[in-house]
Design a protein around this ligand. Sequence first.
Ligand code: THU
Length: 132
Amino acid sequence: MDDKHLIEIARKAKENAYSPYSKFKVGAALLTKNGKVYTGCNIENSSFGLSICAERVAIFKAISEGEKDFEKIVIVADTTESIRPCGACRQVMSEFGDFEIVMVSKKNEIAKSSVRKLLPFNFNGSFLEIQH
Ligand code: THU
């Protein structure tokens, strides 16, 4: 599936954002290696810390459906510069390896990177080995 189509899907998902506090809508479309697409939007809460980003919603939906091999994630917002995923989302993405991140602005400006490039030196499961 091409980026243009994924951007359209992410824009549609953005419209479902529940963001009455920030009024900032974000949409995500996560493409799996076997060609499925999982969407996400940000979902806020009156207890602000419970809010969740669009990227993590898409990833958690995919994981809950048994998918964990990802090709790319497309993120859209009505920003002047292309949107950037927050640090928490980068960490969550890094749990599932390296894949492409496509970041899109309101006027369709596109920046491309990858999980490893946006979060080098990440914390990961190898640090959890018990040291005696
Ligand atoms: N947000 C996302 O959903 N993804 C991002 O990449 C950045 C921020 C959301 C969280 C919150 O609902 C709103 O945008 C403002 O921070």
